[in-house]
Design a binder for this molecule. Structure first.
Ligand code: CP
Ligand code: NVA
Length: 307
């Protein structure tokens, strides 16, 4: 039976370790120009309802580097745009393809893709989660800090899809995560509960606060994301007001450990969730983080799709 990667919770800590160590070896192989054919004879459908730069590039190039064939579809080009149900689309794609990487608005859409296609489906971002982002982010943190367990991540901003997946991942890997968000923009309740249950087992500390300074103090990693996620454009004005002050800037960075690093899943809005001097500064690892999406994508594809 095929397995899908819709949520960080779909894998165990041991499997996360396996994927992270394959990310490392894949990075070395790709960088040395080694020929890899682990996805030979695999056609991977990239089905995107929303824009993407990094995720689409990472999964398309990873598929090519591993010897497979990527096929990109914007949902606008499919009969989906004329009302064909997702379950019918899923059945058709499932009979033609070997796997699907989907970027969707409603998380239920990625669930239905997986349910009806019968092939592995990778969540390339939904309104609820962004699990593949967390794989490459954790790999980047390991590269820089040499470990995950025991580190303190401070997430500043919206309790959104990236934050939800970070919570599940941090709890699973024994990391401490403090989320600073304005009232009304907390992470998803169900996810928080699931993460807290896991944290009891791994010893992670998970904190949700309205105070950016509480979250940032002594952090090893300062992480932020956009204030207005894709699909929330109608709330822009309300969000601009609510998030003022929830910014990663030099003042906040001073509260973190002296060797703290700054991460952002990107795209970034300088002057809003992060300042230009911080994203361009010497503690920023955002370009390393973005570059590692390719290697994380390759490891995820191999793990879920290899026949
Ligand atoms: N971080 C991320 O998912 O970027 P894209 O929206 O460009 O894919
Ligand atoms: N939270 C953002 C992440 C973009 C990669 C969004 O959903 O738009």
């Amino acid at each position: 039976m095929s397995r899908s990667f819709l949520s960080v919770s779909d894998i165990s800590a041991l499997e996360m370790d396996t994927i992270l160590s394959r990310t490392k070896s894949l990075k070395a192989s790709i960088n040395s120009g080694e020929k890899i054919a682990t996805l030979a004879d695999h056609v991977i459908c990239l089905l995107f309802e929303k824009p993407s730069t990094r995720t689409i590039a990472a999964f398309e190039v990873a598929t090519l580097r591993l010897g497979g064939d990527p096929l990109y579809f914007s949902s606008q080009e499919l009969q989906l745009s004329r009302g064909e149900p997702i379950k019918d689309t899923a059945r058709v794609l499932g009979s033609d393809m070997d796997g699907i990487v989907g970027r969707v608005f409603a998380h239920d859409t990625i669930y239905q893709l997986s349910l009806y296609s019968g092939i592995p489906v990778i969540n390339g971002l939904s309104d609820l989660e962004h699990p593949t982002q967390i794989v490459s982010d954790f790999f980047t943190i390991q590269e820089v800090k040499g470990k995950l367990r025991g580190l303190k991540i401070a997430y500043v901003g919206d309790g959104d899809n990236v934050c939800n997946s970070l919570l599940l991942g941090a709890a699973m890997m024994g990391m401490n995560l403090s989320v600073a968000c304005p009232k009304g923009f907390e992470p998803n309740d169900e996810i928080l509960e699931r993460a807290r249950l896991n944290a009891k087992v791994t010893g992670s500390s998970l904190v949700v606060t309205n105070s950016t300074s509480e979250a940032a103090t002594d952090a090893d990693v300062l992480y932020t994301d956009v204030w207005v996620s894709m699909g929330e454009e109608a709330e822009r004005e309300k969000r601009m007001k609510a998030f003022a002050g929830y910014q990663v800037n030099a003042q906040l960075l001073k509260l973190a450990k002296p060797d703290a690093v700054v991460m952002h899943c990107l795209p970034a809005h300088r002057g809003l969730e992060i300042t230009d001097d911080v994203i361009e500064g010497k503690q920023s690892i955002v370009w390393q983080q973005a570059g590692n999406k390719l290697h994380g994508a390759g490891a995820v594809l191999e793990f879920f799709l290899r026949k």
